[in-house]
Design a protein around this ligand. Structure first.
Ligand SMILES: [Zn+2]
Length: 340
């Protein structure tokens, strides 16, 4: 933390070192950092009915602090984020928001409500996904980055404030696009022109599974490292998560604690080939208007071994087991993959 540049003698502190403005929250509140861009917008006049709660603090009390206990809630993985990308692009099309409602201001990261409203007032150019990151590219070089964390999702609704809604924006002909998040761990970032080019996580990210090669994977992994840890590292390959690893290891009959140096060239080839095939299949099974996370009500388990401890292995019928590897649950078949 550093002192506020505008009020150096005050006790105000910059609330976030990552904030685009180096001013404190007080300064940002009285002096919006963006100039109005209405002249750059096209289309009929828009009518915003933004409802900023007083002091940007209200509106959260009706959201439950704790949702029901969730057993080992998986993070959204590549396929779920890709489903969201396709849905949101289809709903949003190339329009701008007519109304914006910030229901829970804490969903905003390093941005003011004014900046959010300004960004959503711009036309959507395209929705993009890279690994597990999803962002909306907007006119004028702006972008909205969505972080779903554990339970976040975007749905299309008739009303702006369904249960767990944190942010909603209305799109003509589609309805309300609502960022819902029961556990309130997700957030939305507003990025100005050029900021995406310097977005650390995207800069460091490895190839998408469909672009990963056996040689590239092998070169990116040190021999003594657990293969699971290496694949969870987004700089090795993008978007692979804990669920995908259980499924891939089972498909390839790899022991859950196998180290990178123990794989032969044929196994690296098989891994590089199986990853895109796995994600394609999961994507086909996951396509729906709403992402259903595995442990939420109505969420089906579409996986072959993940979350199926005690159930028969689909290949050899031996009861599946679960072990903790690299700090995360690994589901495996003791007969097909061996015991750790
Ligand atoms: Zn088996």
């Amino acid at each position: 933390m550093a002192s506020c540049r505008r009020r150096p003698r005050s006790r105000c502190l910059i609330i976030s070192p990552r904030a685009r403005s180096r001013w404190c929250a007080w300064a940002m509140r009285v002096t919006p950092t963006l100039t109005p861009t209405s002249s750059s917008r096209t289309g009929p006049a828009r009518r915003f009915l933004s409802r900023w709660p007083p002091g940007f603090r209200g509106g959260t009390s009706r959201l439950p602090r704790h949702s029901r206990p969730i057993r080992s809630t998986p993070m959204p993985e590549l396929a779920e984020v890709e489903v969201a990308r396709r849905n949101v692009e289809r709903w949003w099309q190339h329009r701008c928001a007519r109304e914006v409602r910030l229901i829970d201001p804490k969903v905003l990261r390093d941005a003011t409500p004014r900046e959010l409203e300004d960004a959503l007032g711009r036309r959507l150019v395209a929705m993009h996904r890279r690994g597990k990151y999803l962002w909306a590219e907007l006119e004028g070089g702006f972008a909205l980055m969505f972080h779903f964390r554990m339970t976040g999702k975007i749905t299309c609704e008739d009303s702006p404030e369904p249960r767990f809604a944190r942010l909603a924006w209305r799109i003509d002909e589609a309805g309300w696009l609502v960022f819902k998040d029961p556990r309130r761990l997700g957030h939305v970032e507003v990025l100005g022109p050029g900021e995406l080019d310097h977005y650390d996580a995207l800069q460091r990210m490895g190839p998408e599974p469909e672009d990963a090669t056996a040689a590239g994977l092998k070169a990116a992994c040190s021999a003594r490292r657990l293969l699971k840890s290496a694949l969870l590292d987004q700089s090795v390959v993008a978007g692979v998560g804990n669920i995908a690893i259980s499924e891939l290891f089972w498909r390839l009959k790899l022991p859950v604690e196998v180290r990178c140096g123990e794989l032969d060239d044929a196994q690296w080839e098989a891994l590089a080939k199986e990853m895109p095939r796995y994600f394609d299949q999961i994507l086909q099974r996951s396509m729906a208007d709403e992402i259903a996370y595995l442990n939420e009500a109505g969420g089906d388990n579409i996986f072959e071994v993940y979350g199926r401890e005690g159930e028969p292995c689909p290949r050899c019928q031996a009861p599946l087991k679960v072990a903790r590897v690299a700090g995360r649950s690994s589901y495996y078949c003791p007969t097909c993959q061996g015991e750790p």
